[in-house]
Design a protein around this ligand. Structure first.
Ligand code: 13P
Ligand code: SF4
Length: 392
């Protein structure tokens, strides 16, 4: 990788770009948990050697999965990198690995636990690696909404669809109610399937992925979508609005992708002639509409890999991935869509000290930070996940 010839420009830093990666209790985080062990110091010059040695000692017993938003220092140890769909499949396809170390966030590790066998254990190197979007849909709130649909007499026609970025509880709810999980790679296929099963879709928890897919890929109008706000009585909707909607969108969003604005798109088009704007479908509807291409992290990687030398791109997704792509393609002009830094703070909680700690604990015969989903939840969540894996 040639850093010198790269055209990459680091976005400006901001005070809120990344939550401090606390090593003590962090009650303000999604999970507010402490690392139960002694983490190596980030300044330890032997971290890379220690991770390499621990991984070698574990051999085939361990399989390390790395989401594309992970830091470079972590991603170098991943046996497979991918978006949440690919990683779910990879976890399911490794029945021989005793330990799956998931370098990603909590909901991904839960899905891996659901899809792996009883003899396999899933480890999340830092339990504080949650997802603020997933936390926006809590089972009790979703059940309240469903009761409302039942009282209105529409529940039989409503098919629940949840984005992978949701807790196992929510996936279990969806499986129990004959729905499906989707990811940003297969949201259209999941919605096509759902509309073959019923008249309306209840889409959780990312309003933007739901709206963008329904309007831009399925041909629905914006008016066919209503926003269900769990913090308002009856979701803030009238019975007529609920009955008439094709898409009932949960009021959730990704705080990272929500930062890209239509102004960033206009600004980059003025600044970089001929630029192609490529964004993730978790971005707001006006941003996705103004972009040239939209797709999951895997799609973004494929598009940039295939782009001709000399082409210019402004990419609206998490910064670790965009920087990695820019540095891997110094012959292409790849910039970050926003002028300021924008990391997923929870993805970034998995750093090299946490990975070293988790691997060394395994070598010592202890299983740290195991993620487990209770049997009943897992059973129904698996129904919804299997339905996703079976989509045509
Ligand atoms: P994908 O990896 O499925 O594109 O999702 C992006 C994301 O936000 C993961 O948390
Ligand atoms: Fe959650 Fe957004 Fe971070 Fe993905 S990028 S883990 S959706 S907060």
């Amino acid at each position: 990788m040639d850093l010198v010839t790269s055209t990459w420009t680091e976005p400006a830093n901001t005070a809120t770009a990344l939550l401090l990666l606390g090593r003590g209790t962090d009650p303000a985080s999604e999970r507010g948990v402490d690392c139960p062990g002694d983490l190596p110091a980030p300044s330890d010059p032997d971290l890379v050697a220690r991770a390499t040695a621990a991984k070698a000692a574990l051999g085939e017993r361990v399989f390390v999965l790395g989401h594309h938003y992970q830091r470079d220092e972590v991603i170098q140890f991943a046996d497979v990198t991918g978006d949440s769909f690919k990683l779910a499949r990879e976890a399911a396809a490794r029945p021989d690995a005793e330990f799956i170390v998931f370098c990603g966030v909590h909901f991904m590790a839960e899905s891996a636990d659901i899809l792996t066998g009883p003899g396999q254990q899933v480890i999340l190197p830092d339990l504080a690696a949650g997802c603020s979007m997933a936390d926006m849909a809590v089972l009790g709130q979703v059940e309240t909404a469903w009761e409302q649909f039942t009282d209105l007499g529409i529940a039989d026609d409503v098919v629940p669809v949840t984005y992978m970025n949701s807790s196992a509880d929510i996936k279990g709810f969806v499986g129990r109610n004959n729905g499906v999980v989707c990811t940003s790679s297969n949201a259209k296929r999941a919605l096509d399937w759902a509309f073959e099963q019923g008249q309306q879709v209840f889409f959780l928890p990312d309003q933007h992925l739901g709206r963008n897919t329904a309007v831009l890929e399925m041909g629905f109008d914006l008016d066919d979508c209503v926003l269900y706000d769990p913090h308002k009585p009856h979701g803030g909707l009238t019975p007529e609005q609920l009955r008439d909607a094709k898409m009932i969108l949960w009021r959730g969003h990704c705080s990272v992708h929500g930062r890209f604005t239509i102004d960033s798109v206009r600004e980059v088009r003025e600044r970089v002639p001929g630029v192609r704007v490529l964004v993730h479908p978790e971005c707001r509807h006006d941003v996705v509409r103004a972009a040239d291409e939209v797709g999951s992290t895997e799609y973004i990687i494929r598009a940039l890999d295939a782009a001709p030398a000399g082409s210019a791109w402004a990419v609206g997704t998490e910064l670790n991935l965009v920087r990695r792509m820019a540095l891997a393609h110094p012959d292409k002009h790849i910039t970050f869509l926003d002028r300021t830094v924008c990391y997923c703070s929870t993805m970034n909680r998995i750093d090299l000290p946490h990975l070293v700690w988790a691997l060394e604990e395994l070598v010592a015969g202890r299983v740290p930070n195991r993620i487990t989903v209770d049997e009943d939840t897992a059973k129904y969540a698996r129904v919804a996940l299997d339905q996703m894996l079976a989509l045509p």
